[in-house]
Design a protein around this ligand. Structure first.
Ligand SMILES: [Zn+2]
Length: 102
């Protein structure tokens, strides 16, 4: 899971506050107001099908993305490939854990 920060309107605080946005893969999973703690979470019912569709798109587009990355800097691409490949199972395990822990 990755987290980003953004200034958004909080209905509880009735003002713009800093929020922490949590993502499962590329999908927004939840948002938390950093001032009052108000937490909004996507339901698993909505998130899991959306994640499956996004995962399918990621898999289909992977060869093209790898090709583009390699064509920009093939030495850096080859140098980082073993490490990037080794990280994938852990990355997906984290995403699945976040999705199914609800
Ligand atoms: Zn708030």
């Amino acid at each position: 899971m990755t987290a980003e920060h953004a200034d958004l309107w909080c209905e509880t605080c009735d003002q713009v506050t800093e929020h922490e946005l949590h993502y499962a893969g590329r999908l927004l999973e939840s948002v938390r107001c950093q001032r009052c703690g108000h937490h909004v979470e996507m339901s698993a019912r909505a998130l899991i099908p959306a994640y499956a569709m996004d995962l399918e798109h990621r898999v289909v587009s992977k060869p093209r993305r790898l090709w583009l990355r390699a064509s920009r800097d093939w030495r850096g691409f080859l140098k980082g490939l073993p490490r990037a490949t080794a990280r994938q199972p852990l990355k997906f395990a984290r995403e699945f854990r976040e999705l199914f822990r609800r």
